[in-house]
Design a protein around this ligand. Structure first.
Ligand SMILES: [Ca+2]
Ligand SMILES: [Ca+2]
Length: 247
């Protein structure tokens, strides 16, 4: 009888331990728009797609997550923006918020009538977008967690308690690539306007700085930058000439 009792006790302990181990969830980075296989592209929109995986064994009825963009060596970027995935819209029927303070983004979700994020849920839930400055080439940008006010927590709530789900970050990337636009000679994101024309004239005739991307002023696409490009640009801007066609 003692042996049976001992075996029963051991089985109960194993079951309890198994339940404790299985009762967890995770937050992970699915993929990044603007990652070219080597690094993050500067001067283009970069979007981090973040997923939730619920293995708590029950529905999650409240979520609070904060993220931050950081750089160990001075990379800079535009004000990041956050948004929930549309999949969460019907789930978060009481609180469905995104708060932004500088480089920190907070996501909040609380259910009232909805049963919550079901056990087994595993898909994209949050997105964070920014535009990394061209001056950050060769530097590092990281996405990591933040303990975000006012809750100050990183947690999920269920009917039986709270969890701090795992996070597979921080995720760090070198800024290794870039994009440029034909006729965006001053590299400000808009093409063929007065500022671009002025930049080209200054460069060609007044000792102004060279364009950051040497082929952006080759608007007639012949492989060189010269007076014919200036003429081509003026005709496009003011005389209905053909579109810039950088090679
Ligand atoms: Ca421009
Ligand atoms: Ca040319």
């Amino acid at each position: 009888m003692k042996l049976i009792t001992a075996i029963s006790t051991a089985l109960c302990l194993i079951l309890l331990l198994s339940t404790a181990v299985a009762a967890q969830g995770s937050v992970y980075l699915s993929y990044v728009d603007g990652y070219d296989g080597m690094g993050l592209m500067a001067n283009t929109t970069v979007t981090f797609h973040i997923s939730l995986s619920n293995q708590t064994g029950e529905a999650v009825t409240g979520l609070a997550h904060g993220f931050q963009l950081i750089s160990p060596n001075g990379a800079t970027w535009s004000q990041p923006t956050g948004e929930w995935s549309p999949a969460l819209q019907p789930v978060c029927d009481l609180v469905f918020s995104v708060a932004q303070f500088g480089d920190t983004i907070g996501f909040g979700c609380v259910t009232l009538f909805n049963p919550g994020l079901p056990d087994g849920f595993d898909q994209e839930a949050m997105r964070i977008s920014t535009r990394i400055d061209m001056s950050s080439m060769g530097k590092t940008v990281c996405l990591d967690t933040a303990f975000f006010p006012p809750g100050g927590v990183w947690m999920w709530s269920t009917s039986s308690g709270s969890y701090s789900p795992g996070w597979d970050g921080p995720h760090c990337y070198e800024v290794t690539n870039f994009t440029w636009l034909c006729a965006d000679i001053d590299n400000n994101g808009t093409i063929a306007d007065i500022a671009d024309l002025s930049y080209l004239v200054d460069f060609m005739f007044h000792g102004g700085p060279p364009p950051l991307f040497p082929f952006a002023p080759d608007v007639n696409g012949d492989g060189t930058v010269d007076i014919t490009d200036l003429t081509y640009l003026v005709e496009y801007m003011f005389l209905g000439g053909p579109l810039p066609i950088c090679f």
